[in-house]
Write a protein that binds this ligand. Structure first.
Ligand code: ADP
Ligand code: MG
Length: 258
C-alpha cells in the first residue's frame, strides 16, 4: 500500500522558517484533513511536497513508498503518484482540457514505459467521458481551453477531472482560504468522495470546517505555527466548528513563544 511519510520537516521561504518540524503519514485509502488558522504554513506544506523551488527544505525527510522525494523534481514526483491541486491554477489559452489531460496522461505512461505509444484518441475519449460522468460534468467542458475564463467552480472541476484522469496515489488539495463558495466546496467534496477509495489517499487542506460537512475524513490534523499539533478523528473538526481556534492558540502559543 502506498505511504507518504513526512518526518521532522523544516521549510524556509526567503530565509524565514515556516515549517518547524512537521510529521505526518498518509496511506492510500485514507482521507486526511489538515486545518489551521491562516499563516500557519498549510500551503507551504503543499508546495514543499510538490518540490516548488522557492521552498527550501532545511531539515527532515519526505518519502513515498520508501523513495526519497526530496531528490526528485516536480514532474518526477507527479509520476511517482503525488498530485497537488493548486490554489491558483494557471490558464493555458489554446490548449483544451482534453488535450492537456491526454498529454499529461501520455507523459505519465511514457515515464513508466518508454516504449509506450500513448493512449489512442478513441480510448482516451472513452476514459474521459467515463470520468466526466462520474463527476457529473458536461462533456462540452473537455473542449474548452484550460482554465481560460473559468469560474472558480470550473477551475475546481478541472482540477478534480485532472485527478480522476491521472489517478495519483496521494492527492493534496489545498483549498484557498478565501473565495471558495459553497458550490466550489461541494464540487471538491463530491469529486473527492467519488474518487476516494483503496487506491487513493487524499489530504484536504482547509481553513473551513464546513468543507468537512461534505468530505468525511478519517483523520483530522490541526496545524499551528509550522507543526501538526493535534491529530484525531472527525470529532476534532466538530470541536473546531464549535470552538474555533482560540483553544489551539492558548494551548500552543506558549510553546511558540518559548
Ligand atoms: P497558510 O496556507 O496556512 O495560510 P502559508 O503557508 O501560505 O500559510 O504561509 C505561511 C507563512 O509563510 C506566512 O507567514 C506567509 O506570510 C509566509 N509566506 C508564504 N509564502 C511566502 C512567500 N512566497 N514569500 C515569503 N513569505 C511567504
Ligand atoms: Mg494557504
Amino acid at each position: 500500500m502506498s505511504t507518504l511519510t513526512i518526518r521532522n520537516l523544516h521549510v524556509s521561504i526567503e530565509g524565514k522558517e515556516i515549517l518547524k518540524g512537521l510529521n505526518l503519514e498518509i496511506k492510500a485509502g485514507e482521507i486526511h484533513a489538515i486545518m489551521g488558522p491562516n499563516g500557519t504554513g498549510k500551503s507551504t506544506l503543499a508546495y514543499a511536497l510538490m518540490g516548488h523551488p522557492s521552498y527550501e527544505i532545511t531539515d527532515g525527510e519526505i518519502t513515498f513508498d520508501g523513495e526519497n522525494m526530496l531528490e526528485l523534481d516536480v514532474d518526477e514526483r507527479s509520476r511517482a503518484g503525488l498530485f497537488l491541486a493548486f490554489q491558483y491554477p494557471v490558464s493555458i489559452p489554446g490548449v483544451t482540457v482534453a488535450n492537456f489531460l491526454r498529454t499529461a496522461l501520455n507523459a505519465r505512461r511514457r515515464a513508466e514505459n518508454p516504449e509506450d505509444k500513448g493512449i489512442s484518441i478513441l480510448d482516451f475519449r472513452k476514459t474521459l467521458k467515463e470520468k466526466m460522468d462520474l463527476l457529473k460534468m458536461d462533456h462540452a467542458f473537455a473542449g474548452r481551453y484550460l482554465n481560460d475564463g473559468f469560474s472558480g467552480g470550473e477551475k475546481k472541476r478541472a482540477e478534480i477531472l485532472q485527478m480522476a484522469t491521472l489517478k495519483p496515489k496521494i492527492a493534496v488539495l489545498d483549498e484557498t482560504d478565501s473565495g471558495l463558495d459553497i458550490d466550489a466546496l461541494r464540487i471538491v467534496s463530491d469529486g473527492v468522495n467519488a474518487l476516494a477509495g483503496d487506491d487513493l489517499g487524499v489530504v484536504v487542506i482547509t481553513h473551513y470546517q464546513r468543507l468537512l460537512n461534505h468530505i468525511k475524513p478519517q483523520f483530522v490534523h490541526i496545524m499551528f505555527d509550522g507543526r501538526i499539533v493535534e491529530s484525531a478523528g472527525p470529532e476534532l473538526a466538530l470541536r473546531l466548528e464549535e470552538q474555533g481556534y482560540d483553544w489551539v492558540r492558548e494551548k500552543y502559543a506558549e510553546a511558540v513563544a518559548a
